[in-house]
Design a binder for this molecule. Sequence first.
Ligand code: NAD
Length: 396
Amino acid sequence: MKTKLRLGVIGVGSVVREIYQHLYFRSDFSHLLDVCAAADPNEQFRNWFCDLAGIPAERRFTDYRDMLAKVQLDAVQVNTPDHLHCGPTVDALRAGLDVVVPKPAAATLKDAHAMIRAASDAGRFLGVDFHKREDPRFKEAEARYQGGRYGQFQVGVLYMIDKLQVADPNHAPRFFASPDFAEKNTPVSFLTVHMADALMKVVHLAPVQVRAVGYAQRLPALRPIPVKGYDLVDTEILFENGAVAHIITGWHLPNTAHSLTVQSNRLICSEGMIDLGLDTPGYREIHADGITEVNPLFKNFEKGGTVTGYGISSPGRLYQHILALRNGQLSQHDYEGHMTPIALGFYTTLVLQGAEKSLAEGSSPARGVTLGSTVDLRRLLADELGPSAAKEYGMG
Ligand SMILES: NC(=O)c1ccc[n+]([C@@H]2O[C@H](COP(=O)([O-])OP(=O)(O)OC[C@H]3O[C@@H](n4cnc5c(N)ncnc54)[C@H](O)[C@@H]3O)[C@@H](O)[C@H]2O)c1
């Protein structure tokens, strides 16, 4: 029986620095992982990570294809930018490996579809790390909602708005390494996907229509480096049961905000409602730096150096499933449970591509405002993947 997975890491940028290095080397899941190779064209990041992991020179690669060809692995984690998840994932699955990707599964439906096809053709595991799936508040909401306690989901408002420093290339030190981070990523691709996925985890509904409204007023006015991008986007999602959610995300709150990311959810249902004060988890700090809400539920630095929290247990659980699959201990039922459009993040990518299309087709009723078009997601699916795709993904 296998007790450890030989893991190759593809892409070792910000998300590895902020989250995954703790998973790999200082978590309750570290004993499951033998991080034995890495690939990243960025020499500085590659050497930082490989030095940390004790990976020798012959297992440090600039091209992940060399890593797949030369090193015996069980799994890879693909931490590349969203639009580059697909290539390494498909190649690794075809080579018989299991794969974990950070959210979102992919930037486009075509990419997500290719990844899912490759996993099911190979009978391998594809896991998407949406960490809110392991947030105890969302797990409790799912259990209670699915138990029928609240009736039918009707209308929801979900917020996730970061401090400006997250998107501001003028802020020192930069929050994300690259100066064009907020031009390459939108609040939809970076933030809305978290809330859309978490909501669908609770209500188990397929999205059928999307319309987005975007505001680009604060970021383009930044100096000396302006950002060509949205401050705030309201994505309206219509679900198959007629429920409507507004997911409001952005990254332009004053840096004096009480939390790095200001978040809440209100879900109104036919027989009750759920309020999740996500940014008030019960730890408020009063300090010369200001009054701050701290979230130890996400990352908790424990005595002795271990890091726990749902940011770590979410990907950790995926590796437990991979180990079970490799040991023949994942039942067909459990495997199929991981292959649903919600679990694979497919519906979230559908919302993402739909919202970006909505904004791209939008009109401008006022300066800096984009009123998006209404996008029929079944039609988008058929246009992108062909007429049989809606049925394949449970939307026929
Ligand atoms: N879980 C979260 O909340 C969370 C947070 C941040 C980022 N992310 C996701 O993590 C992923 C990476 O984001 P990031 O912020 O670390 O980006 P980043 O730009 O900081 O790092 C990406 C790394 O991938 C490398 N790379 C690019 N092409 C490559 C290739 N072909 N092969 C190997 N390496 C390659 C780059 O050199 C870079 O080091 C994205 O999908 C992002 O959405 C998730």
